[in-house]
Write a protein that binds this ligand. Sequence first.
Ligand code: FMN
Length: 181
Amino acid sequence: MKKNILLGVCAGIASYKTCELVRLLVKDGFSVKVIMTESATKFVTPLVFQALSNNMVYLDMFAPVKEENIKHIELTEWADVCVVAPLTANTLSKIANGICDNLLTTVICAMPQSKKVIFAPAMNTNMWKNPIIEENADKLKKLRKYIFLNPSSGLLACGDYGEGRMPEPEEIYSRVKAVLK
Ligand SMILES: Cc1cc2nc3c(=O)[nH]c(=O)nc-3n(C[C@H](O)[C@H](O)[C@H](O)COP(=O)(O)O)c2cc1C
């Protein structure tokens, strides 16, 4: 049966790679619905994700409920698995501290215990190695419902070399499939 993937996109350069992740999932027959943070829309337009996923993109928790629009709790019920890629330092820290101030953080908080959430963080090495971010990441790693794909090392978008690259779309795609088996 066709499985449903809820995909959160935060405001990081690596969001261009998330477009390829959507393409891989849709090509393989998954249904994909994308939630973007407001800042994420400054990097890749919602139209790109709408076109790749063949679904409307969810942005605003307080948008008037239209026919094609569903509420945040319904999104958690619809999803078989949730993926957040890229996960920014900001959203990682909000989730780790139970902050629900936008649609994405609220949906993650409301995901039932039985459903997995895969996080693919991406950020500058100094952010990733910041003890506050490390502590917040450790909080999430301790919870069984969360699967953390550690960022890899290499050339970062900011020009530095170091840890902080988002895993490649193919790797995230393989993990999604493995979780749904
Ligand atoms: C060009 C540019 C690139 C950025 N890349 C990242 C990134 O890769 N990871 C990250 O955590 N923050 C990055 N940021 C900072 C986030 O966009 C910023 O913290 C934002 O508030 C995150 O919002 P969100 O978590 O609601 O999506 C970048 C900012 C700019 C201007």
